[in-house]
Design a protein around this ligand. Structure first.
Ligand SMILES: [Cu+2]
Length: 166
C-alpha cells in the first residue's frame, strides 16, 4: 500500500468511527468539528520547516508544501492565481491546527511528509470569507521522495504566511 492509500485508509478509519475526534474531550474539539461538514480535503506533500512547540516563544508547525492544484477558493471553485496557475501555489505556511490523531513524533525539520489538509471557508460576522485549515493526518515520506516545488509564490516580504489570494 502506498503512502497515499495509507493516508486515505487512516482517514476512512477515523471517519467510520463516527467522529472519533469529538469524544476525546480535548480543547481542540470545537475547532476540529467545523471540518466535519463542507470542508475540502487535500492530499499534499511537503517538507517540515518547523515543528510546533509550546515555547517560549510558541511555534506552529510550518510546512513547505507542493502546489495544491485543485485548491478551492472562497467562491467554491478551483482557485486561479493572477498568472493563470490553478490552485494554491507552493509555499511555506503555518498549520496551527492539528487533528487529535496527528503525531509528529520522530519527525524533524527537513523531513519529507505527506499530509491530509482539510480546509473550510467560514464567513466572519462582517461577511468576509476566510479559510480555516487543519492537518488531519501526517505520514513520513522516504528521504529520496522527489518533491516538486515548482509554481512557487513569487518571493515577497515576508515570504511566509503570504497567501496569494484565496
Ligand atoms: Cu499554502
Amino acid at each position: 500500500m502506498n503512502s497515499k492509500a495509507m493516508l486515505a485508509a487512516a482517514l476512512l478509519a477515523c471517519v467510520s468511527l463516527a467522529g472519533c475526534s469529538k469524544e476525546s474531550g480535548s480543547g481542540t474539539d470545537d475547532l476540529a468539528s467545523i471540518y466535519d461538514e463542507g470542508a475540502q480535503t487535500y492530499h499534499v506533500r511537503g517538507v517540515i520547516v518547523q515543528l510546533p512547540s509550546d515555547g517560549p516563544p510558541p511555534t506552529d508547525l510550518r510546512i513547505h508544501h507542493e502546489r495544491i492544484p485543485d485548491f478551492v477558493g472562497k467562491d467554491g471553485k478551483v482557485f486561479v492565481n493572477s498568472d493563470g496557475v490553478t490552485g494554491m501555489k507552493s509555499m511555506t505556511m503555518a498549520f496551527p491546527e492539528l487533528g487529535d490523531e496527528v503525531s509528529l513524533e520522530g519527525l524533524h525539520p527537513g523531513d519529507k511528509i505527506a499530509f491530509v489538509l482539510k480546509v473550510k471557508w467560514l464567513e466572519t460576522p462582517s461577511g468576509v470569507k476566510t479559510p480555516h485549515w487543519l492537518v488531519s493526518a501526517v505520514e513520513p515520506l522516504p528521504d529520496d521522495a522527489q518533491l516538486n516545488f515548482g509554481d512557487t509564490v513569487a518571493p515577497a516580504t515576508p515570504p511566509e504566511d503570504t497567501h496569494d489570494g484565496p
